[in-house]
Write a protein that binds this ligand. Structure first.
Ligand code: EPU
Length: 415
């Protein structure tokens, strides 16, 4: 199994280009199932998850090719509306085929995602909402078997779930009549999915607000060119790396509006942050002030940057707390960060971090995408050598992260 070796405590200086957003790309890929034809997606990150989703679309009958960050998809043949366990268990976003397959074929079989490394992650909001659209749902052999063409209805989500909002949008755009979705997610990934669906000819009103009104269409059209939006989580991760390691890092090809809360928190922590159009420059500061964060749905502080923020706070000058209100158990990085000399204690979903003057390199283990990112950040800031094992997790969400960090001065090798 591959690992990273990092010799830490080196200043980082230079530019890093941000890639397309994984969490915008994945539902957009499945939405191509809605209308037969040829699609071309640009600025597609070369990730393990991109390839897993491509494989899932192929198994359903699509043809997919991926080269130079461009994805070509043909969905004329959609013959097997099944997302099998072997793919769903490696990537929960496989669940995103449910909505579009119901819209196109009125039939989908998707393995029920099990728990994940940090907790249960249920799909009840998706299921309850689809039932309200008249879809018949049963569980057979661990698979959700969904049958019926969606019929418009009024749905209020009990929580603004990203996945349920995406799935229900995709199920409704070819549905019969009008669907009103209330308390929807506002994440830029979902707005981008909405933009894509509108480009396909969908009638969606209220995009960017918490209520969507969708009038079902008889058919939609393929989209021949679409650019995936920049990944705000990748941008946040590299900004925190710059803040932790001193020096000056410029993040290019980013939409600063998508991470304004992260920029505000970084400034509060005492680093200088400058935004110029689609770039953000962060200048590290030796004295980091402790800053508390609590994760929340967009535009709140993203749960996908919680682990990285904890890593940052381990070297702050004082005590801070980080609370995750989205995933209560997403803290598998904490004991690993403590192996690097951090002083973090947990109480329910709150981490209390007492800053230390130095982290010290050690062997540690990744457990998921964002936990891996936090261990890389902490290792970059540590004195001495760290070895991070099980790094296949990081390849799910960050394209060739070691090459990009090397370019700005990090001593990191994959072996
Ligand atoms: N939830 C339910 N029932 C549901 C769905 C969600 O109780 O049916 C709960 C979850 O357990 C969680 C909360 O609602 O407590 C938020 O879940 P949400 O549905 O919004 O998350 P998701 O769609 O499963 C996406 C991202 C995650 C990101 C979350 C939150 C994708 C492919 N995944 O997941 O990204 O953490 O939104 O922003 O878009 C990652 O990239 O590392 C990652 C995990």
């Amino acid at each position: 199994m591959e690992k990273f070796e990092i010799l830490g405590a080196r200043e980082l200086n230079g530019k890093i280009k941000i890639n397309g957003a994984k969490n915008a790309l994945l539902p957009i890929m499945t939405s191509t199932l809605l209308a037969p034809g040829n699609y071309s997606l640009n600025n597609v990150p070369d990730l393990k998850d991109t390839r897993t989703m491509a494989e899932l679309l192929r198994r359903i009958g699509a043809s997919v090719s991926f080269k130079n960050n461009q994805l070509l998809i043909n969905t004329v043949n959609v013959s097997k509306p099944v997302a099998p366990y072997d793919l769903v268990k490696t990537m929960r976003a496989s669940f995103y085929v449910l909505g579009p397959l119901l819209g196109r074929l009125g039939h989908a079989e998707v393995s029920l995602p099990g728990g994940c490394a940090w907790g249960p992650r249920p799909v009840d909001i998706h299921i309850e909402a689809l039932k309200k659209l008249g879809v018949n749902i049963s569980l057979e052999g661990g698979n959700i078997v969904a049958k019926g063409n969606p019929i418009g209805n009024n749905i209020k989500f009990k929580f603004p779930s990203v996945g349920a909002t995406g799935n229900l949008m995709m199920a409704s755009v070819l549905g019969k009549g009008q669907t009103i979705l209330k308390n929807v997610a506002l994440e830029p990934d979902i707005i981008s999915l909405g933009d894509f669906l509108i480009k396909m000819g969908a009638d969606i009103k209220g995009l960017g607000t918490s209520e969507l009104v969708i009038n079902g269409k008889d058919r939609l059209n393929p989209v021949d060119e679409f650019d995936i939006i920049p990944d705000r989580i990748e941008a946040g991760t590299f900004l925190i790396a710059g803040a932790m390691c001193g020096g000056s890092i410029e993040i290019e090809n980013v939409n600063p509006d998508h991470i304004s809360i992260v920029i505000d928190k970084l400034i509060e922590s005492g680093v200088r942050v400058k935004t110029v159009k689609n770039s953000i420059i962060v200048n590290g500061n030796k004295k980091i002030k402790p800053v508390n964060v609590t994760t929340a749905p967009y535009p709140g502080f993203p749960t996908d940057l919680q682990a990285q923020w904890i890593a940052y706070m381990t070297i702050a000058n004082g005590l801070s707390t980080v609370t995750d209100e989205i995933y209560y158990d997403r803290f598998t990085h904490v004991p690993e960060l403590n192996r690097l000399g951090a002083n973090i204690t947990m109480n329910k979903n709150t981490a209390t971090i007492i800053g230390v003057s130095n982290l010290k390199g050690a062997p540690v283990m990744s457990t998921d995408i964002r936990a891996s990112a936090s261990l890389i950040l902490a290792s970059l800031a540590s004195i001495g050598k760290s070895k991070i094992s099980r790094i296949y997790h990081i390849d799910r969400g960050y394209e060739k992260i070691e090459n990009r960090l090397k370019k700005v001065g990090a001593d990191i090798t994959r072996s």
